[in-house]
Design a protein around this ligand. Structure first.
Ligand SMILES: *[C@@H]1O[C@H](CO)[C@@H](O)[C@H](O)[C@H]1NC(C)=O
Ligand SMILES: *[C@@H]1O[C@H](CO)[C@@H](O)[C@H](O)[C@H]1NC(C)=O
Ligand SMILES: *[C@@H]1O[C@H](CO)[C@@H](O)[C@H](O)[C@H]1NC(C)=O
Length: 454
């Protein structure tokens, strides 16, 4: 018998029983959000190892969750939270200054199911019951891999969807290491590819390219540039990064001082520095990614015990919202878990860097029938585009499409060069966090990547 009321009841039951994941993790309301999203989302914990729990927030696709890909998103640091990715980059929920939440019209979950994970333990709401927050590159990869298995365990209906790993910044280490574990495992994951945004790929290349970036963006004058060339280069080859010539080291120090130390926003040379030119928070952590051979000491290094905000970045809205007890409750964060921080200086300062050049990981992944993307906002100085371009070029893959523009809205949105199994792409005018600075172009790039057509 069919009646309108039984139809309504049937619909309700369908909604109740159509959950694709654990009911306990389903987020049913978000403080500050007045609209009702047209997709389901879950927040809870994934087990990375005994006693290690990573907070995840999984937002289903607004299009077709059952057939759209699943994409893992990781922010970097090391020690920074992927909640920044969700709430201020490519996620569906963004924050107004007054603490209200709005739906981001350029969210990547318009096209995919996106899994945001705070990694490693100690970052954001992720924790370890032992309280030991010392970790390393291979340990993070293993923890992330196990957490991913736990995700598919909790959400078995997504096992057959295409799966991609995307990561940003220090995630340039996390993504290829995790991807290698996935590709070499027998796990039932339909792994299709990896994207790295303004990622750390090689410290040497990142340092050497930064000096050129600085000179050609007008940050280093001619006389210093001449000095640098005189002392650091011979027969056309320059070594800015590990040169034993003390005149070279001195000249590089003076260049780095102009690029990094006098108040520019390292994440976007053309953006303002929030807090003004003197804002130095997380300064030591930023510097720790650059010119590691020299151990330069600038005078205004700060204590690592201060909250680890990226320099010149205003994280106030994130702190206020995520530390609201009602928000924590809505996201199923136990009261015993630490307060949320954008970047954990504990994790960052204890972190052991194992890999300095990701080439061997890329060489492995290039043989695995995967689609790789290395993309860079082209005005970032933390992991500048030129270094990424050199890194990809040096993989020696054959060229499929020569370097040329790609378009969004009939405007040049950046440049792209396609090689066999890997693409290098720039987003014109974007800083380090590409989806934050150029949300529409970033979404278009993501769409192009998924359809492999630029
Ligand atoms: C930082 O963000 C907060 C909250 O979003 C805002 O009220 C404040 O004006 C911002 N500060 C600066 C210097 O822009
Ligand atoms: C690209 O991947 C395919 C596997 O899909 C592999 O056969 C081929 O050798 C790879 N190409 C290069 C240049 O590595
Ligand atoms: C690429 O080719 C150059 C020149 O032949 C070689 O020195 C380099 O080792 C190659 N790189 C890789 C990753 O195979």
């Amino acid at each position: 018998m069919f009646s309108p009321s039984s139809f309504v009841i049937a619909l309700c039951l369908r909604v109740i029983y159509a959950l694709n994941g654990p009911a306990a993790d389903l987020v049913t309301s978000l403080p500050g959000l007045s609209e009702t999203p047209n997709f389901q989302h879950y927040s809870g914990y994934l087990q990375a190892a005994q006693g290690k729990y990573l907070h995840y927030w999984f937002v289903e696709s607004q299009n077709n969750p059952s057939t759209d890909p699943v994409v893992l998103w990781l922010n970097g640091g090391p020690g920074c939270s992927s909640m920044e990715g969700l709430l201020a980059e490519n996620g569906p929920f963004h924050l107004h200054d007054d603490g209200t939440v709005y739906l981001n019209p350029y969210s990547w979950n318009l096209l995919a199911n996106v899994l945001y994970v705070e990694s490693p333990p100690g970052v954001g709401f992720s924790y370890s019951t032992t309280g030991n927050y010392q970790t390393s590159d291979p340990q993070v990869a293993e923890d992330n891999y196990n957490a991913l298995l736990d995700f598919f365990n909790k959400f078995p209906s997504f096992t057959s969807n295409d799966f991609y790993v995307f990561a940003e910044s220090y995630g340039g280490i996390y993504a290829p290491t995790l991807s290698k574990l996935i590709a070499s495992s027998s796990a039932n994951i339909n792994f299709k590819g990896m994207g790295v945004g303004n990622g750390m790929t090689s410290y040497t290349i990142n340092d050497n390219s930064l000096v050129y970036f600085g000179y050609y963006h007008g940050l280093i004058g001619n006389s210093l540039w001449n000095e640098i060339n005189q002392y650091c280069c011979s027969s056309g080859t320059c070594n800015f990064d590990s040169n034993s010539n003390s005149n070279c080291q001195n000249a590089v120090y003076n260049a780095l001082y102009l690029i990094q130390d006098i108040g520019l926003n390292i994440y976007n040379v053309y953006a303002l520095c929030y807090g003004g030119a003197g804002a130095q928070s997380r300064y030591t952590a930023d510097m720790s990614n650059l010119f590691r051979h020299y151990r330069f000491k600038f005078q205004d290094q700060v204590d690592v015990s201060v909250p680890g905000d990226p320099r010149c970045f205003n994280g106030t809205a994130l702190y206020v919202w995520l530390n609201n007890p009602n928000v924590r409750a809505a996201l199923h964060i136990p009261t015993s878990v630490q307060s949320w921080e954008l970047c954990s200086s504990t994790v960052g300062s204890l972190y052991q860097r194992t890999y300095s050049d990701m080439t061997p990981f890329y060489q492995y992944l290039l043989q695995q029938n995967l689609r790789l993307l290395v993309y860079n906002g082209d005005v970032d100085m933390a992991c500048n585009f030129l270094g990424a371009e050199w890194f990809v070029e040096a993989l020696n893959q054959s060229v499929v499409n020569q370097y040329g523009p790609w378009y969004y809205n009939n405007q040049i949105a950046g440049y792209v060069k396609q090689y066999e199994n890997i693409t290098f792409l720039t987003v014109k005018g974007a800083g380090h966090m590409v989806p934050q600075y150029k949300p529409a172009a970033a979404l278009q790039m993501f769409k192009n990547y998924l359809s492999n057509s630029y």
